[in-house]
Design a protein around this ligand. Structure first.
Ligand SMILES: [Fe+2]
Ligand SMILES: [Fe+2]
Length: 365
C-alpha cells in the first residue's frame, strides 16, 4: 500500500462485471409505478402527520425533511453524469450500461412520492418545480474519485444512507399516514437493492485486483452526501434530525461496516481497508498513529491485517461472515484451543481500542 494505487483490472474482470450487469438488467426487481401513484393522490396526503409529529420535530423540520428527500432524488442527472464520465474514461461499459439502463430510470421514480406529499401540505406545483429547477442548475462537485471502483464505493455508501433516510421518513409518516409511509418504504426498498448491487460490483473489482482496496478506502474517506451540497438549507441538518429521532447510530455503523467488509471480500482485505481509512482520516489505531501501524503491518508482510479485520467486526458487534470461515485469509482455519483463546483476547483488546469513526466517519460516530 503505497498511496499511489491506480485503477487497473485483469482481462478476466470485464466479462464477470458485464455478466453481473446483464443479470441486474434481466432482473431489476419491481420498480415504482408512478402512473399508479398519480391516480391516487389522496394516498399521499400527509396533512395529518403534522399534528402527530414527535415532540422534537417541528412542522418546519418535517417539511424540510420531505424536501431533502425529494430534492436529493432530483439530482439524479448530476450524479449520473459523473458515473458516465468515469465509465467512459476507464472504458467500463458495464458501469455505463448499469447507469443508463437501470439506475437512472429507477431513480427518476423516487421524486414523485415526495412531490405529491408536499403538494398536500400547501406547496404549489410552480413552487416545487422552481425548487427542482434551482437544484438541477446548481453545480455538483463530486466528493470522490471517478475510477469505477471509487464510483461503486461511493454508490454503496450513498445508497445505504439514502435507504436509511427513506426508512426514517416511512417511520415518521406511518402512524398518521400509513399509505404515504408505504410509498416511502417502496423507495427505501429500491435503495436497498442499489446498495447491494454497488457493493457487489465493488467486491468483484477488489476480488480481481486486491490493490484496489486502497481506492475503496480513499473514496470512503472523502465521502460526502450530495444533499449536503445541493440542498444547503436542509442537507446539513440531517444528522440533527436523526439524533432527535433517536436513530440507532450503532446500527448504522454496524451496517456500514458490514457493507465495507462485504466489499473487501475477506478478513485480511477488510483489515487493510480499515488501516487505509484510518490513515486517510488521520485517526489513530489504538495507541499508535495509523501510518505507523500501516508501516509495521506492511514490513511484516501484512500479517495482522486479518486480526484487525476481525477486531472491527467485533467492535460493532458483527459476527464473522460464515463464507469467510475456512478461506485462506481467514484467521480461524487452524486456530483452535489455546491458540484461539489467545487470539480472541488479542482481537478483543484491539477491538476495544478502535475508534469506530476511523471507518464510519462522523456520520455514524
Ligand atoms: Fe433514489
Ligand atoms: Fe438509489
Amino acid at each position: 500500500m503505497s498511496g499511489s494505487s491506480t485503477y487497473s483490472l485483469p482481462a478476466t474482470a470485464a466479462p464477470k462485471l458485464e455478466a453481473m450487469v446483464d443479470q441486474i438488467i434481466a432482473r431489476p426487481g419491481r420498480m415504482i409505478n408512478t402512473k399508479e401513484m398519480e391516480q391516487m393522490p389522496g394516498q399521499l396526503d400527509v396533512k395529518a402527520v403534522i399534528n402527530a409529529l414527535p415532540e422534537a420535530i417541528t412542522e418546519e423540520d418535517f417539511v424540510k425533511m420531505l424536501r431533502l428527500a425529494m430534492l436529493t432524488e432530483c439530482g439524479t442527472d448530476s450524479y449520473a453524469a459523473v458515473f458516465q464520465e468515469g465509465a467512459d474514461k476507464y472504458n467500463a461499459t458495464w458501469l455505463a450500461r448499469f447507469n443508463e439502463k437501470v439506475w437512472v430510470p429507477d431513480e427518476y421514480t423516487h421524486t414523485l412520492p415526495y412531490y405529491m406529499m408536499l403538494r398536500t401540505i400547501g406547496f404549489t406545483e410552480e413552487e416545487l418545480d422552481r425548487q427542482i429547477r434551482e437544484l438541477q442548475e446548481r453545480v455538483y462537485t463530486h466528493c470522490c474519485g471517478i475510477t469505477p471502483v471509487e464510483l461503486t464505493t461511493f454508490g454503496t455508501v450513498q445508497e445505504y444512507l439514502t435507504d436509511n433516510w427513506h426508512g426514517l421518513l416511512a417511520n415518521l409518516l406511518r402512524p398518521a399516514a400509513p399509505e404515504a409511509a408505504y410509498f416511502a418504504n417502496m423507495v427505501k426498498r429500491r435503495e436497498t437493492l442499489h446498495t447491494v448491487w454497488y457493493r457487489g460490483m465493488t467486491a468483484l473489482q477488489v476480488e480481481e485486483n486486491p490493490e484496489l482496496i486502497e481506492l475503496v478506502a480513499k473514496s470512503l474517506s472523502t465521502f460526502q452526501m450530495p444533499g449536503t451540497q445541493l440542498v444547503p438549507d436542509c442537507g446539513p441538518l440531517a444528522l440533527t434530525w436523526m439524533q432527535k429521532l433517536h436513530v440507532d447510530f450503532n446500527h448504522v455503523a454496524k451496517e456500514l461496516v458490514r457493507n465495507f467488509s462485504e466489499s473487501a471480500g475477506d478478513m485480511k482485505r477488510s483489515g487493510k481497508l480499515i488501516v487505509e481509512m484510518a490513515v486517510a482520516r488521520e485517526y489513530p489505531i489504538g495507541p499508535f498513529p495509523s501510518r505507523f501501524v500501516r508501516g509495521a503491518m506492511n514490513r511484516l508482510g501484512g500479517a495482522g491485517y486479518g486480526l484487525l479485520g476481525e477486531a472491527i467486526l467485533e467492535r460493532v458487534g458483527l459476527p464473522k461472515p460464515a463464507k469467510w470461515i475456512g478461506k485462506p485469509d481467514s484467521a480461524i482455519r487452524f486456530h483452535t484451543g489455546v491458540y484461539e483463546t489467545i487470539r480472541s483476547r488479542m482481537r478483543t483488546f484491539i477491538s476495544n481500542k478502535i475508534d469506530v469513526r476511523s471507518i464510519t466517519g462522523e456520520t455514524a460516530a
